[in-house]
Design a protein around this ligand. Structure first.
Ligand code: IYR
Length: 315
């Protein structure tokens, strides 16, 4: 029961809790997540890495897929460049505290194997084009002139789950349609579908739809403290507004799942210090009792603290 609680903390979807219970009976269940290698590892990534740490704590073996081919198929550039980023990303993920038995796997190390390709073809035969395309809605970079690569991508992600022998697939909410495709079609190929767990998505510091290293609207795990303070200070954070507010989201999705309560330091004349749980924070902010500036200051200091080991390790 305690393990289930730890697993669910800070997530917005678990499919299904009952299956997770079963998986926890196994000696060493495997949890995995894949990341397209990226120029910067940011708060959005960190939310999922913190969840991996929780899963490790409750007994999962963790595999991290450095999805180089996926990045390539998604128009992120030549393989050599992507491989370099993968190496740097691996260092960032380790720096965030993943244990030594974490396995880092480069997608291209198995995604051209005969057996892999064979399974991919079989899956392509039972998946509609419409479904494959739909599953990519929140992932693809190309909107104007979509390529066939866009529908190969989700099928490969599904086959990855067979090859990596995963019991649980973790991802941000944007991955859910690919995960649902896996849950539906893997059994049709004779394989068990993994438990799927999803974390909330972060808006960019500019208030944009998604925090993304290609849009420059992120806080990176290796940003120096002054840079974090500066970026947070300039961030979109409308007074009293919770929805689409990236600063509230960072508090709600990253800081509070880690600390349970947040200390917000304020000068005496502005009401003095506050110590808030999740609901109290939402209430205090939407009523205007908590001002954006005070929230921003607190969030900056927490991020600096959370990323401190990463900054040190990466130096
Ligand atoms: N679609 C992910 C990258 C990815 C994830 C998994 I899980 C894979 O098996 C393969 C790729 C992204 O959007 O970053």
């Amino acid at each position: 029961e305690e393990k289930i609680k730890i697993a669910k903390k800070g997530t917005i979807e678990l499919i299904t809790e009952e299956e997770l219970r079963e998986k926890l009976q196994k000696r060493k269940p495997v949890a995995y997540i894949g990341y397209e290698p990226s120029g910067k590892i940011h708060v959005g990534h960190a939310i999922t890495v913190m969840k991996l740490l929780d899963l490790q704590r409750i007994g999962f073996k963790v595999k991290v897929l450095l999805a180089d081919y996926h990045a390539h198929l998604n128009g992120k550039g030549p393989m050599e460049k992507i491989e370099e980023m993968a190496e740097y990303n691996k260092r960032c993920f380790k720096a965030l505290g993943l244990s030594d038995d974490t396995e880092f796997i480069l997608g291209s190390s198995f995604q051209t194997k005969e057996e892999y390709t064979h399974k991919l073809y079989e899956l392509s035969l039972i998946t509609t084009l419409a479904r494959a395309k739909r599953s990519m809605a929140q992932i693809t970079r190309e909107a104007e002139n979509p390529k066939v690569a866009e529908v190969i991508y989700p099928l490969m992600q599904v086959i990855d789950m067979i090859f990596l022998e995963v019991d649980l697939a973790l991802g941000g909410m944007e991955q859910r349609k690919i995960h649902m495709l896996a849950r539906e079609n893997l059994p049709r190929l004779g394989y068990n579908a993994p438990v799927c767990m999803h974390t909330p998505l972060l808006h960019g510091t500019d208030g944009g739809e998604k925090m993304s290293s290609s849009k420059g609207n992120f806080i990176a795990v290796d940003d120096p403290p002054e840079v974090i303070r500066e970026k947070i200070k300039k961030s979109y954070c409308p007074m009293k507004e919770i929805k689409g507010n990236p600063i509230i989201e960072m508090a709600e999705y990253l800081i509070l799942p880690m600390y349970d309560r947040m200390l917000i330091k304020r000068p005496e004349k502005f009401g003095g210090d506050l110590e808030l749980g999740r609901e109290e924070l939402i209430k205090a902010y939407s009523s205007g009792e908590l001002h954006p500036l005070d929230l921003k200051n607190a969030v900056s200091e927490y991020l600096i603290e959370i990323f401190e080991p990463a900054r040190e390790y990466l130096e």
